[in-house]
Structure formats: structure tokens, C-alpha cells
Design a protein around this ligand. Structure first.
Ligand SMILES: *Cc1c(COP(=O)(O)O)cnc(C)c1O
Length: 366
């Protein structure tokens, strides 16, 4: 028997033949990039699958964030969450803006809307919040604040592929949302991402910026960048997309197994809002103390099981931030010190889930 290490996720690969079949199309057209037929097809299929009007496939989820910031002309301060992957903060900094960290809600792990208003200054241009683990931010409160102050909203929806809230796609909230199609995400193109815009004007601007800022050979209109997705990546997306309902179903089964084992434990789980369809992208658990979390991590690692400390460190403590940006976010810092994301993917055996749960439960008495 082949011995396999258990990681936090396992990249889902389609049957090789189905990918090779798509490659035939590319070899026939002889076009491997520059908004070719497969990228156009993927764009079309993603819009329909995700139930959104405007979507631009791009090279990765980080450049998607940068394009959203650039495309809307954001400057100065951007209010953001300290509890996300580092790309959320880096995109703000890379675009020459300042991340203003506002602490998270202790139950949802998303930015706390009650703390946003007091962080707004005349230099604030936007809120960039993450639907962390795919659980939605308080989108209605955030929308009200944004309207009141005339600022924009971007959601980093890298974890929220296929998530729905109140009968519509989570991606329909805010001015723009961004997705990552990295290999570790539930829908992937190896590397890739997308920008979803509410209005046509932002969509067109971002599309222009994603392809060097020029149209045809003569119209050089703006300072663009190369954020294009290639046909080879789009081909992988086209064969992965039909597998998504099954992938989500398989993950939901593993989540239900964990739920059963943890039902009487003191482990904290993110609060699920009403009217919400989850994608089971992650299975985070929060320990009472950092020591318990580390004990569980070490115990699991010794069995070749590798949960991840998503998300550590709390982004407001990143060592490369200028000192004025280092604002305390006690809830995020505390959560970051106590959280683990457990392995979850189709193909993870029930016996492995049982072993993982038992190992964790045995550490809770420490
Ligand atoms: C994965 C991820 C990104 C970055 O996406 P890439 O496609 O890897 O560039 C951004 N934000 C969050 C929250 C992520 O998890």
C-alpha cells in the first residue's frame, strides 16, 4: 500500500484524458493565450455557474485584488481585516495604499462592522474584507457604512467559491469581489483567479488593465499590467468546473463526520449565518489556549497528519509593516494563536477523520 501523508487539502485533479481532450482544442486553434476560446468559454461558464453578471479570469487571486484596487482608483487608506491570508494585506501595500486594520468579530471571524466607522478618516477610500473560510462578512452592515461615507467595498472571496447568501451569490455584494483559483482552493486552474464587478464600467476598466491597458495595436489607454490567464489554465478550469458539486458534497460529508466527533467538546467553530449555503472549503477549529492547539498540532504531526495554522500570523503584526500601521487587534491575534484547519477533501477516509478527531480530543484535557 502506498503511504500517504495527510495534508489540509489535496488538489483535485480531473481524469487526465479529459484534460488532454481539451488540449486538442488548443492544438487545433494554435492559440495558447491572449483571451483565447477556452478563456472565453471558462468566463462564460463561470458567470453562469456562479450566477454573476461580470467576471474576468486572471492569472491569480493576488493580481485580482490588485486589479480591483487599481481599477476603482483607490488611494490612501483601505480598511481591512487582520484575519486573512497575507495576500489581502500585500495587495493593498503593493498598490501604494495603507492597510488600516480593524479587528474581527469573535464569532464569525470576519471584520467587525461595529468597529469600522471609528477607523474611517478623510483619507479612507475603501473597505477590503475577506469572507474568511468562505463564511460571509456582515455584508448589509458593511454596505450601509460604505454608502454613508461614499467609500467602495471589495471582498476577498478567495475562499467563497460557490457560496450563496440570501438566495444570491456571495460575489454579488460589494463593488468588486475577487476569487483565487490556486491549486489549494476548491475550484482551481493550477494558478488563476477572477475579478467580479457589480457594474459594467469597473468590469471594462479592470479588463483593460489586465491586458496591458491597450486595445488592439493602436489604442494605448492606461497603465496596464499582464494579468492574463492562459488557455492551458483555462482548459484545466473547464474540466474541473463540472466536478465542483461532487467535490463540495464529498467535503460536506467529512465536515459532518468531524461535527459528530466534536459535538460535546469545547472547540469553537465559526458561526454560520442564516440563509447561507457553504462550500466546505475549510474545517477550522479553535482551541481554548495556544498550548492546547500546539499540543494537538504536534500530536497530529507525529502521525503524519498536517493541519495548517490558517491564519497565522494576524496580519496587523506582520514584521514589514511601518510602525504607524501596527494597530492592536486582540481578537484576531488571539484567534490566530489558537486555530487549526483540519484536513478536509474527498478521499479522506472516515477512519482518518476518526483518528484525527480522537487525537485532538485527547489533547483537550491538557
Ligand atoms: C489564496 C488566497 C489569496 C491569493 O490567491 P493566489 O491565487 O494564490 O494569488 C488571496 N486571499 C486569500 C484570502 C487567499 O486564501
Amino acid at each position: 500500500m502506498r503511504y500517504e501523508l495527510i495534508g489540509v487539502t489535496k488538489t483535485s485533479l480531473p481524469p487526465l484524458n479529459s484534460y488532454i481532450e481539451k488540449l486538442h482544442d488548443i492544438w487545433t486553434s494554435n492559440q495558447i493565450t491572449n483571451n483565447g476560446l477556452l478563456v472565453q468559454k471558462l468566463r462564460h461558464e463561470l458567470k453562469s455557474f456562479l450566477d454573476v453578471k461580470n467576471l474576468i479570469p486572471v492569472a491569480n487571486g493576488t493580481i485580482a485584488l490588485q486589479l480591483a484596487i487599481r481599477g476603482m482608483g483607490l488611494k490612501g487608506e483601505i480598511i481591512t481585516t487582520p484575519y486573512s491570508y497575507v495576500a489581502t494585506t500585500n495587495a493593498i501595500l503593493w498598490e501604494g495604499c495603507e492597510p488600516i486594520f480593524v479587528d474581527i468579530d469573535k464569532d464569525t471571524f470576519c471584520i467587525d462592522p461595529e468597529l469600522i466607522e471609528s477607523a474611517i478618516t478623510e483619507r479612507t477610500s475603501a473597505i477590503l474584507a475577506t469572507h474568511v473560510y468562505g463564511y460571509p462578512c456582515d455584508v448589509s452592515k458593511i454596505e450601509n457604512i460604505a454608502k454613508k461615507y461614499g467609500i467602495k467595498v471589495i471582498y476577498d472571496a478567495a475562499h467563497a467559491f460557490g457560496v450563496r447568501l440570501n438566495g444570491k451569490s456571495i460575489l454579488e455584494y460589494g463593488n468588486c469581489s475577487t476569487l483565487s483559483f490556486h491549486a489549494t482552493k476548491i475550484f482551481h486552474t493550477a494558478e488563476g483567479g477572477a475579478v467580479i464587478s457589480k457594474n459594467e464600467k469597473d468590469d471594462q476598466k479592470i479588463f483593460l488593465l489586465s491586458k496591458f491597458g491597450h486595445i488592439g495595436e493602436e489604442n494605448y489607454l492606461d497603465i496596464g499590467i499582464n494579468a492574463k490567464m492562459s488557455e492551458l489554465h483555462a482548459a484545466l478550469g473547464l474540466v474541473n468546473l463540472p466536478m465542483i458539486p461532487q467535490i463540495i458534497l464529498e467535503r460536506s460529508k467529512r465536515a459532518a463526520w468531524y461535527d459528530e466527533y466534536f459535538i460535546n467538546s469545547k472547540l469553537q467553530r465559526p458561526l454560520e449565518p442564516k440563509g447561507f449555503d457553504y462550500n466546505y472549503a475549510y474545517y477550522p477549529i479553535v482551541f481554548s489556549t495556544h498550548e492546547q492547539m500546539m499540543a494537538a498540532k504536534i500530536a497530529l504531526n507525529s502521525k503524519d497528519i498536517h493541519p495548517r495554522r490558517y491564519f497565522f500570523p494576524s496580519l496587523n503584526t506582520l514584521p514589514f509593516l511601518r510602525t504607524e500601521l501596527l494597530r492592536p487587534c486582540p481578537i484576531s491575534e488571539s484567534l490566530a494563536s489558537r486555530v487549526l484547519c483540519l484536513p478536509i477533501y474527498g478521499g479522506l477516509n472516515h477512519s482518518d477523520v476518526k483518528k484525527i478527531a480522537a487525537t485532538i480530543l485527547s489533547c483537550l484535557t491538557v
